[in-house]
Ligand binder design. Structure first.
Ligand SMILES: C[S@@+](CC[C@H](N)C(=O)[O-])C[C@H]1O[C@@H](n2cnc3c(N)ncnc32)[C@H](O)[C@@H]1O
Length: 221
């Protein structure tokens, strides 16, 4: 049994990442315009194959950090960003430690749904707040599910047939109810400034992907 993204990494862009990027970019740029975001430095957490990192570098953002816990996804990200000055860290986002604080932190395409328990979401959001400059912004999306379905864990088994045999990996993701996200934000050091629905071509019954903008809360006087 392979770990998540071990076998999928090489085909991730063709199967999922390239389509998702077009939608995520549109949603991000809408938020950026709507809220007048300005940033010179950034980290993309759960960066996967580094497409959003590459987009930020193409826009002249520097420095840009890409962070992921999968060495297989990071290998793809490194190849994609070779020579563009982006830097990568192999880390679990719940224990995020950047060498410098950044003005913008992004975490996209259901990365936070890999956290299967609300306390982990709270830990992650607090780590995001610590990684931000004063007044810095976090933009993150999540699959949300209302009512009784908040908290549902969905497991998807991915089968890859390659020249050296068949590999299997299981991806477990939890949908969060809006109230759980609000509870995780409370006391995390982030303050919510916007929540927008992301239009999906084929949403799962009862689920909505939301993109959130949160700002690092000023220290208490
Ligand atoms: C669906 S992919 C999204 C990748 C990228 N953000 C994109 O938009 O294509 C989820 C990514 O989150 C990473 N990930 C999941 N849980 C993580 C954790 N606890 N810490 C760091 N990375 C994590 C996975 O390794 C994977 O690369």
């Amino acid at each position: 049994m392979a770990v998540p993204y071990e076998a999928l990494a090489v085909d991730y862009d063709a199967l999922l990442g390239d389509h998702a990027f077009a939608r995520l970019r549109r949603a991000f740029e809408r938020i950026e315009r709507h809220h007048g975001l300005v940033f010179r430095s950034a980290a993309d957490v759960g960066c996967g194959t580094g497409t959003f990192v590459s987009y930020l570098r193409d826009r002249g953002v520097h420095p840009v950090w890409g962070v992921d816990r999968s060495p297989h996804m990071l290998a793809e990200a490194l190849a994609k960003n070779r020579g563009n000055g982006a830097r990568f860290l192999l880390q679990d986002l719940r224990a995020l430690r950047l060498p410098h604080r950044v003005a913008l932190l992004t975490c996209q395409f259901d990365t936070l749904n890999y956290l299967l328990a609300p306390p982990d979401l709270r830990t992650a959001l607090a780590a995001f707040a610590d990684a931000l400059e004063p007044e810095g912004h976090a933009v993150f999306d999540m699959i949300t599910q209302g009512g009784e379905y908040g908290g549902r864990v969905r497991r998807v088994r991915i089968v890859r047939r390659g020249p050296h045999g068949t590999s299997y990996e299981t991806h477990a993701q939890r949908s969060y109810a809006p109230a759980e996200i609000a509870a995780a934000l409370a006391g995390s050091g982030l303050r919510l400034s916007g929540a927008h629905r992301v239009d999906e071509p084929r949403p799962e019954a009862g689920s909505t992907r939301m993109i959130f903008l949160a700002r690092r809360a000023p220290p208490r006087p």
